[in-house]
Ligand binder design. Structure first.
Ligand code: GTP
Length: 598
């Protein structure tokens, strides 16, 4: 156990985490160069394409140090996106140290800071690494000063490196030995092991990754997962190198995997404690949370006949992604589909993309909304969870609504402060802190409603700052807000799929935008179509599509009967792609288009 070092790498996106991790694996001969694919730790195709690590993994390296001892390193990979921040926090909790990677040409960015706070909360030893020093644009001195200011460390503590050339890798490895504490714990105490990740394997079932804090786990032991209260037999345990390597026993400080024949990923909860059935641990590992979906949206098949196929696909996706939740939902406008819960917008996009790629399912996704709390006058203390606008109680019964807030970290150049403040205020945010990191870079902290940053926040931030702003956020709390349900009506019939919860002050503008867009998208029909946006009985925006006068077949002059028939048939086919709302026919395309709010 004295020879074990458990660590992770935390960095802002694109600061070179994957490249540097590869170098560490190469240098310790964990993978031969021949086997080395670029960024070996990212296994899903999708991950590689997006260049972000979505699912965390762990890998064991053996490092012969100049002191004559060979150390066992467990490198625990952390997902880089805020949607997966709970997984990041559990991976960090499994480590004693962290490499804090900073791109020398970029300096400290928002995600560097938010990850650093997480690591400090868990008392990790931080090794600052200034990466990409090979670049001409590297600002080594300036970036070192920033790191020294941020961490309160000495300039000599900052390790200079380049994942590209391999420069500094040896220094990083020896710094891990010398600075990261060895695990401590009692191998004879009752077993406590933290589950920090799990993966789905179609042949072996669900495999949980864990880190042992106390006790010893042997193959064949009867184990209990404390929070799920399930008991299993440890059919196979082992360590993770590039493949799984079975072991007879694992003990304090070890990072490994366990296979118990679990088939459904929902049975394993990240953050749970593993202990023995006999002589169980008296206390669990702190910090367990049920992961809660933050963003909800309806997903409907384009063709109603594909509903069952969609259900099958979602079921299969959930086998290996326990954070996806869904339940059947029916919409007058879109037919039968599912209300799905996601960890965030990126997660939503990933699921949409996987449905299309892996299952060949093209779907309509309704306007995403966050999860709200509502209270009624009848029971003002009973919290109702509102995951779809249509669940909001009638305004006459409604006591209050609360919405989730986040704390946002933005790092930018001073000349953009004004623009960014205007943006955040427009998004109903308040600034709580402003700190100059250097004369050229400033860190701004805002509190904002999650619903406001879910949509076009990041794009607007990037354009206001010409790309010179980095952004990250962490969930804060729920706060009371003046939210109203906005309905869209076509000739007085509400289109349920277009209802949305919006802040009262923004309702009118939002309603006008949707009505205007719908007017462009709805084909003219034999009668006039009134498009209205309303809050309760009050109409806040209105547009009209005027009636079509000419007979569609008129242009055939009644002469060519076969042409006339063809035209009618074409129309009939077109109708299949229409949804009927009251007496109005809405093309499928209109739903897709109107939901693309820009
Ligand atoms: P995410 O997983 O998306 O957060 O990215 P990452 O932090 O893993 O970064 P990645 O290793 O994918 O590197 C990002 C980009 O920087 C790639 O284009 C790399 O080729 C480049 N890069 C990484 N390390 C170095 C380095 O030391 N020097 C130079 N010049 N480029 C580097």
């Amino acid at each position: 156990m004295d020879n074990i070092r458990n660590f992770c790498v935390i960095a802002h996106i694109d600061h070179g985490k994957s490249t540097l991790s590869d170098r560490l694996l190469e240098y310790t001969n964990t993978i031969s160069e021949r086997k080395m694919k670029d960024q070996a730790l990212d296994s899903m195709d999708l991950e590689r394409e997006r260049g972000i690590t979505i699912k965390s993994h762990a890998i064991q390296l053996n490092y012969p140090h100049s002191d004559g001892t060979t150390y066992t390193f467990n490198l625990i990979d952390t997902p880089g996106h805020v949607d997966f921040s709970y997984e990041v926090s559990r991976s960090i909790a499994a480590c004693e140290g962290a490499l804090l990677l900073v791109d020398a040409s970029q300096g400290i960015q928002a995600q560097t800071i938010s990850n650093l706070y997480l690591a400090l909360e868990h008392d990790l030893e931080i090794i600052p690494v200034l990466n990409k020093v090979d670049m001409d644009s590297a600002l080594v001195e300036e970036s070192t000063d920033e790191i020294v200011d941020l961490l309160g460390c000495a300039p000599e503590d900052v390790v200079l490196a380049s994942g590209k050339t391999g420069f500094g890798v040896e220094n990083i490895l020896s710094a891990i030995v010398e600075r990261v504490p060895a695990p401590d714990g009692d191998p004879k105490a009752p077993l406590t092991a933290l589950i920090f990740d799990s993966v789905f394997n179609p042949f072996r079932g669900v495999i949980a990754y864990f880190r042992i804090f106390n006790g010893t786990l042997k193959k064949g032991d009867a184990v209990r997962f404390v929070h799920t209260e399930n008991e299993y037999v440890a059919d196979e345990i082992g360590v993770l190198q590039l493949d799984m390597h079975p072991r007879e026993s694992l003990s304090v400080g070890d990072v490994g995997y366990i296979i118990t024949g679990i088939k459904v990923s929902k049975e394993i909860k990240v953050g749970d404690t593993i202990t023995h059935v006999e002589n169980p641990a008296k206390s669990v590992i702190q910090g367990f949370e049920e992961v809660k979906p933050m963003v909800f949206a309806g997903i409907f098949p384009i063709d109603n006949d594909d509903f069952e196929d969609l259900r099958d696909s979602l079921e299969k996706l959930q086998l290996n992604d326990a954070s996806l939740v869904y339940e059947p939902e029916s919409s007058a406008a879109l037919g039968f589909g599912f209300r799905c819960g996601f960890l965030g917008m990126l997660h939503l996009e990933i699921i949409q993309e996987r449905l299309s790629r892996e299952f060949d399912q093209e779907v309509i996704t309704t306007v995403p909304n966050v999860s709200y709390f509502a209270y009624t006058n009848r029971a003002p203390n009973d919290r109702l969870i509102i995951n779809t606008p249509n669940d909001l109680p009638d305004p006459t019964l409604l006591n209050r609504v609360e919405e989730p807030f986040i704390q946002a970290q933005i790092i930018t150049k001073p000349e953009y402060i004004g623009g960014i403040m205007t943006l955040c205020m427009d998004k109903r945010g308040t600034m709580t802190k402003q700190v100059y990191l250097t004369t050229e870079r400033v860190e701004l902290t805002f509190e904002l409603p999650l619903a406001e940053i879910v949509f076009d926040f990041y794009d607007r931030l990037k354009s206001i700052s010409r790309g010179y702003a980095s952004f990250d956020y962490t969930p804060l709390d729920y706060r009371e807000s003046d939210l109203v349900k906005m309905d869209i009506l076509l000739n007085n019939d509400p289109v349920d799929a277009l209802s949305a919860l919006v802040h009262r002050e923004k309702a009118e503008a939002f309603g006008r935008k949707i009505c205007k867009k719908l007017k462009e998208l709805l084909p003219r029909q034999q009668f006039k179509i009134a498009i209205q946006a309303s809050i309760g009985a009050r109409v806040v925006a209105r547009e009209t599509v005027s009636a079509l006068r000419k007979d569609v077949t008129a242009k055939c002059y009644g002469g060519d009967i076969s042409r006339k028939r063809k035209l009618l048939e074409k129309q009939k086919k077109g109708k299949k792609k229409m949804r009927q709302i009251g007496n109005v026919e809405v093309p499928q395309k209109a739903f897709l288009e109107v939901l693309k709010l820009d």
